[in-house]
Design a protein around this ligand. Structure first.
Ligand code: ADP
Length: 211
């Protein structure tokens, strides 16, 4: 059997861009774990763990958990066996400090990100979707005030990290407006142009077992 190529991805987009949903689809297709820091924090809050107690107030205000804590959490997760061949990061790194932490960790292992998926969604569209999510899911950080804070942090701290990855030429920019399926298709098509195709495809893009 040939060595399966690595699939190390990061998905970046504003709150309400659909990155959680799309991220899961990409991770599943490539057979790698999705690592979503927001989900991990929320599970810990729900479970009343020590970590959960430390981060609850921060999350409810829509502020960022300290970099040191977040980066350590992610490193621990990426050191697990199932992430050896790849992973899809969602929600981390979220600022320059976290980019530096991640890059130091990966380069120490001789690794780097294969693609950074940028989901582009206009601010008004994000806000509309988040208002709907507040109704559907009742997330405690989906109140108007907290949404505004999270979007402001995104624009100020998270969007600029894309410049770092653009310099490394790993960013695939995807229009995030459209149906879920349309956006998914755009993502897979863009990854394919970079030779990144889900398991079962060989280097020539043929599916294993396909005639
Ligand atoms: P969203 O992207 O919609 O704000 P997430 O589920 O990604 O939602 O994150 C929820 C909250 O978890 C954030 O508002 C923040 O408080 C915390 N959080 C998640 N990821 C990070 C991170 N990389 N650094 C710091 N805090 C984080």
């Amino acid at each position: 059997m040939t060595q399966t190529p690595s699939a190390r991805f990061l998905i970046v987009g504003p709150q309400g861009s659909g990155k959680g949903t799309q991220g899961v689809l990409v991770a599943e297709a490539f057979g790698v774990p999705q690592v979503a820091t927001g989900d991990i924090f929320r599970e810990n809050v729900k479970g009343g763990t020590e970590l959960g107690k430390r981060v609850q107030a921060i999350i409810e205000a829509g502020d960022l958990v300290p970099d040191e804590l977040t980066s350590e959490l992610v490193r621990d997760r990426l050191e697990q066996e199932d992430a050896a061949r790849g992973f899809l990061l969602d929600g981390y790194p979220r600022n320059r400090g976290q980019v530096d932490d991640l890059e130091a960790f990966l380069s120490g292992r001789g690794e780097s990100l294969d693609a950074v998926i940028e989901l582009v969604v206009p601010r008004e569209e994000s806000i509309t979707r988040l208002r709907q999510r507040a109704i559907d899911q009742g997330r405690t950080d989906d109140t108007e005030e907290v949404i505004a804070n999270r979007l402001a942090i995104y624009e100020r701290e998270t969007a600029p990290i894309l410049d770092v990855y653009r310099e490394k030429d790993v960013v695939v920019r995807i229009d995030g407006v459209g149906t879920l399926d349309e956006v998914t298709e755009r993502i897979f098509a863009a990854l394919a142009t970079r030779g990144l195709e889900p398991n079962g495809s060989d280097a020539h893009g043929r599916s294993a077992g396909a005639a």
